[in-house]
Write a protein that binds this ligand. Structure first.
Ligand SMILES: Cc1cc2nc3c(=O)[nH]c(=O)nc-3n(C[C@H](O)[C@H](O)[C@H](O)COP(=O)(O)OP(=O)(O)OC[C@H]3O[C@@H](n4cnc5c(N)ncnc54)[C@H](O)[C@@H]3O)c2cc1C
Length: 376
């Protein structure tokens, strides 16, 4: 048995955040990494429950910037990174009404300047693309034809495969229970199975990131997990939906998209909850059907095939939380990815690796995502 108990880096959590950081650290030659994951397998929580799309549109400027950077990697990953393509350019259609439509149109020039391919559709063009929509519910739509479905499993396991090949160790079913500190510095962790020392401890614990920091004293960052629900169901008889983009109605909180042989939908619920193994709430499932009835009655299913819920974890200002803790040196936050942790993972993983190894990055203004912004 491997008795090694000191590592250069310990990453807590093996979702997409922890896996992407291990990959980018390994690319920079750091191979003495231990990833600790409490569950039986990587990606069990938020990473395994997402809608799996790249949407290069966001009202939070730093998140939009990270999506654009992450999108470049998904379209053109390094040679031999993955065994199959990471992105299926199935498209994203965003319907908007009133003030939101106005705001979205104002964003288009800068979106295009950043390199995003964006088309504006009027009501007629939108309905001819997705005939179940009613013009009464939206003023116009934004189409992102180069965005679409991400193969999350392939992305997660490609990060891990390369990191492991270079020496990263992954230990599942091992829970971090204590953070070791000494004179204001983080020195390692104590787990359900042992004790490890390390120069850096990285908090990639998703919905539990706030709790993890709490093990070492009051947290300077307040993170809140929000539950989001998805249902899947058969498409109406005779209706061909497999080539539809993901359709999201930002003014009425509903999205739907092709999924396996049928469709999936979400009422874009955002109920704040304690970190947990999220389960769908029956009222929210019923609300999804109600919203389909109001907005796209032809899609209302006779029965639901599957349903699940996952957690999207946000800081109060909705921007991500990436950087060294302002109080506890050697403790690094890689959290607060909200609803964009998959599509931004390549950008955020690279930025985190640069901040850890170089203390700076040219990819983004690191102050905007630093946990230090919350320090009193
Ligand atoms: C319904 C839904 C739809 C979404 N759609 C999209 C989308 O289309 N595109 C997109 O980019 N993002 C989407 N997201 C968001 C995305 O899923 C998350 O931002 C991302 O998965 C967060 O990754 P993570 O690695 O931080 O968290 P997680 O995947 O939750 O990983 C954290 C890990 O830490 C582990 N952990 C926690 N505490 C401990 C401990 N004490 N010891 C050891 N391990 C621990 C957990 O077991 C977990 O595996 C969606 C989320 C949901 C819920």
């Amino acid at each position: 048995m491997d008795k090694k108990s000191d590592f250069e880096m310990i990453i807590i959590g093996c979702g997409i955040a922890g896996a992407s950081l291990a990959y980018f650290l390994a690319e920079r030659g750091i191979t003495d990494i231990l990833i600790l994951e409490r569950e039986e397998q990587p990606g069990y929580h938020s990473t395994g429950r997402s809608a799996a799309v790249l949407v290069e549109f966001d009202l939070v400027p730093s998140t939009l910037q990270l999506k654009l950077l992450g999108g470049q990697f998904l379209r053109n990953p390094p040679t031999d990174f993955s065994e199959t393509p990471l992105l299926q350019r199935s498209g994203i259609l965003i319907m908007l009404q009133g003030a939101l439509w106005k705001q979205a149109r104002q964003m288009i020039p800068s979106l295009r300047q950043s390199g995003a391919i964006v088309e504006i559709l009027n009501q007629e063009e939108t309905v001819s693309m997705i005939p179940v929509l009613s013009p009464a519910n939206f003023d116009g739509a934004v189409l992102l034809p180069e965005d679409g479905h991400i193969d999350v499993n392939e992305l997660l396991w490609s990060y891990l495969r390369h990191a492991k090949r270079r020496g990263t160790q992954l230990r599942c079913e091992e829970e971090v229970r204590e953070i070791k500190t000494d004179q204001g510095r983080c020195r390692g962790v104590i787990t359900s199975r042992g004790e490890y020392g390390s120069r850096w401890v990285i908090n990639a614990a998703g919905a539990w990131a706030g709790k993890i920091r709490g093990l070492a004293g009051p947290s300077p960052v307040q993170l809140t997990p929000h539950r989001r629900t998805i249902i899947t169901f058969a498409a109406p008889e005779g209706m061909s939906v497999s080539k539809w983009p993901l359709v999201t109605d930002l003014s009425h909180d509903l999205y739907f998209a092709p999924e396996s042989a049928g469709l999936m939908a979400s009422p874009m619920d955002e109920d704040p909850v304690e970190p947990c193994d999220a389960r769908p709430d029956e009222l929210v499932v019923a609300q999804t059907i109600e919203r389909l009835k109001e907005l796209t009655p032809r899609l209302v299913p006779e029965s639901i095939s599957h349903k699940w819920a996952g957690l999207r974890t946000f800081a109060p200002d909705q921007a991500m939380v990436v950087g060294e803790d302002p109080v506890l040196k050697g403790f690094f936050w890689l959290s607060g990815q909200g609803g964009a942790g998959i599509e931004t993972s390549a950008a955020v993983g690279q930025i985190a690796a640069e901040l850890i190894l170089d203390g700076r990055t040219k990819l983004i203004d690191a102050q905007v995502i630093s946990p230090a912004r919350f320090a009193v």
